[in-house]
Design a protein around this ligand. Sequence first.
Ligand code: GTP
Ligand code: SPV
Ligand code: MN
Length: 609
Amino acid sequence: MAIIHTQSALPKPNHNLSGNASLDTWVSQVAALTKPRKIQWVNGGPEGLAALNGLLVRQGTFIPLNPQLRPNSFLARTDPADVARVESRTFICSELETDAGPTNNWQKPAAMRSSLHELFDGSMRGRTMYVVPFAMGPLGSPITRLGVEITDSPYVAASMHIMTRVSHSVVDQIASGAEWVPAVHSVGAPLRTDEADVTWPCNPAKVTVAHFPETKEIWSFGSGYGGNSLLGKKAMALRIGSALGRKQGWLAEHMLLVKVTNPKGKAFHIAAAFPSACGKTNLAMLKPSIPGWKVETLGDDIVWMAPGNDGRLWALNPENGLFGVAPGTNARTNSTAMDSLATGVIFTNVALTDDGDVWWEDLTPEPPAHLIDWRGQDWTPATGTPAAHPNSRFCFPMANVTSVAEEWDSPTGVPLDAILFGGRRATNVPLVVEARSWNHGVFMGATISSEQTAAAEGTVGQLRRDPFAMLPFCGYNMADYFAHWLSFAERLTNPPQIFQVNWFRKSSNGKFLWPGFAENSRVIEWITNRLISVAVGKETPIGLVPAKGELNLKGIDVSESDLAELFDLNEQAWLQELASMGEFFDSFDAKLPSELRKELELTESLFAV
Ligand code: GTP
Ligand code: SPV
Ligand code: MN
């Protein structure tokens, strides 16, 4: 059960001091700069969350949903200009540009500090400044890292209660000398005393999400949305986390984590890295369509991994909740998510039904006759624009997940058997391929490309390299990150096996060739059969694919020709693909580990034979 629900302590009285000198000094300094009307410490627990929810309802940011249909749940509508992560305004501020690398936006720390000083000066005027102490990972686990987020958004403070373990015991641990990450967030919309507030204050023109990996600090300005503002998530657990992991010998990854049990009762732990809005939440809650199989959820977005004394790679989800894509979620595609959404959910930018419930595209085969859309406007099927924003999201605690594995908040994590890399690829990339070796698997991760989604700004559908699904989240030079991954060949005596998957290949008429969702269990079956050598596979230049008859297609309607297309390797197209990978590698100059170039050359040579 989630720690925030078992905590019995009442919220600490509202005062300005924690009793810890470094924490108190930082809070006072941030307050002196941002000039809030009031400072409020939050301490987690259901009472703390309920108080914030109540305030958000009173100020109009939260619309309470019909308690008969969706108890204790709320709808928030953002400013239409604040709907996704803003990668172009996300910065890694290392002293040296080469430590941020060619895939990150870089600014010199001193220059960024001076811009931040200007942005945050008086930015919380007229607002309450919340101080939110939180843990990423189970409290008391040696893997867990602590943070404190200061925010002037009660929506962010409430969401942090779901996404992280907010607890006063974090302050106690900091007082005893534990390391912690300071994170400052402001919506960047100061209020005059005579001015009425809007329901979603923000400052889209000046969004700045800055990370200082060397001093382990985070500053975020202007956006209240998701990863821009819930700073335990992408900012701390991935960007600062990856930089820490490099120094300390572990990995912070944009991955889901599941426990899969086969019909013989053998359990496997699998992590999978797919880019934003490419299927992690859905695979994390997979309900297998094949008889006798079980999938249990350990995490849906972030995994921290470290070698254990047994030479295996151990994995833990540092989050306490899910912030998942709503559109496309329904009883057929993800009934577990639907069941888990029954109560205690914050919805953002979905549509509101006339009976006070939520709706989004594809929730039901036929849309309701009337809705209020994500912008707060009347909507009918004739309106012609989506009723829910394509990046609309639901937010609920892991404890809600009806398929949650009991080990999900185990302080040790779980030993990994397999790692999958994937993306949205309409062409070229087969349904599943197994890597020949650890280094080949790292090459697969390093060269993942995917069509862009609505999870960040940019053109939806545009193909881009998104190595390890970490392009927007790696806190240091991506070439050093590749080298760090390669170094695990020596750190692990029993490494997880690596695979690449692609649920999104399309036929020439634009239809998905693979039914996906529950049917992905068939691919998981082949993967686990490979792990226990029940399947032998067939070699190709890009790795091992299922041999004839090894992919279980009993009970589904995938034609022979679609199956052939799902695994088709067009030599010409692949030589072009490899050339484009080579160009991507060139962007890292001499920093690119030679092992990756070798894997590229080996693949090219295998196409030639
Ligand atoms: P982030 O939270 O942004 O990191 O995304 P995510 O990787 O968790 O993505 P999610 O599982 O929420 O999926 C995003 C979209 O992909 C949803 O609209 C899903 O319906 C769709 N999707 C997920 N799995 C499949 C699949 O197997 N096949 C197809 N065709 N679509 C899928
Ligand atoms: C993603 O974009 O990968 C997400 C959503 O998981 S957000 O938290 O907004 O980054
Ligand atoms: Mn994500």
